[in-house]
Design a protein around this ligand. Structure first.
Ligand SMILES: [Zn+2]
Length: 233
């Protein structure tokens, strides 16, 4: 096994689930009682912006009632202590990684606590409600803010930076993700192709489990801290 300098970690909904945040890809394709296509597509926002804003306002408000868990804390500790390259790529739109203290972090699907003004193209921190057509603090235009979330059918953020990190990675670890949403589901293949060792940590084996050198199944709150201990030993 080659020596490990650069680590890329992909995290998904399974990491936040143990903090009490709902996973939206349930068996019925529902997210907090809404069909995913009614709240998480650009078409849904064009059709019914009031519903979509109300939905994300509620998700943003709910964030204030949850806390990072042991998996978030362990990754923040690794980020702090790891002397080599490290990038945490999260598919989650919550802020639990950064609240735990992670710094080398990238939100590939956007963030609940960010607004994107379609009038001036500015993105800004946003912790309150976006419904009710507030004015953009940048350009002053009202009613043009949207959640800074990558919806289905839209391009994830910072793909070039992610690809570059995967190509340099010696170890790629996928945590709490079902492995059925592309492009994230393809990261393991890029990492393998570039000779990284690959590990999956998930509640159950994912669809792409066979692509990983190793697969560990169980609760992220237990397995992630144990893995971080191994890496830092
Ligand atoms: Zn603006």
């Amino acid at each position: 096994m080659r020596e490990i300098h650069n680590i890329v970690i992909l995290t998904g909904a399974g990491i936040s689930a143990e903090s009490g945040l709902a996973i939206f890809r349930g068996p019925e394709g529902l997210w907090e009682g809404h069909r995913v296509e009614d709240v998480a597509t650009p078409e849904a926002f064009a059709r019914d912006p009031v519903l979509v804003q109300r939905f994300y306002d509620a998700r943003r408000e709910n964030l204030k009632r949850v806390e990072p868990n042991a998996a978030h804390a362990a990754l923040a500790r690794l980020d702090e202590a790891w002397p080599g390259g490290l990038l945490i790529v999260t598919q989650n739109v919550d802020d639990l990684h950064e609240r735990a203290g992670a710094k080398r972090l990238l939100h590939m699907h956007g963030e609940l606590n960010s607004a994107w003004c379609r009038a001036c193209d500015m993105r800004m921190a946003w912790s309150g409600a976006m419904g009710g057509d507030p004015a953009c603090p940048g350009c002053g235009v009202a009613g043009r803010l949207r959640p800074d979330i990558v919806w289905f059918g839209e391009m994830p953020y910072e793909m070039e930076r992610i690809d570059a990190a995967l190509m340099e990675a010696d170890l790629f670890v996928s945590m709490g993700t079902s492995g059925n949403v592309y492009p994230a589901a393809g990261f393991v293949q890029t990492a393998r192709y570039c000779s990284a060792r690959t590990l999956e940590i998930n509640l159950e084996p994912s669809i792409g489990s066979y692509l990983f050198d190793e697969s560990r199944t169980g609760r992220a709150g237990e397995l992630v801290p144990a893995w971080v201990e191994e890496v830092l030993k």
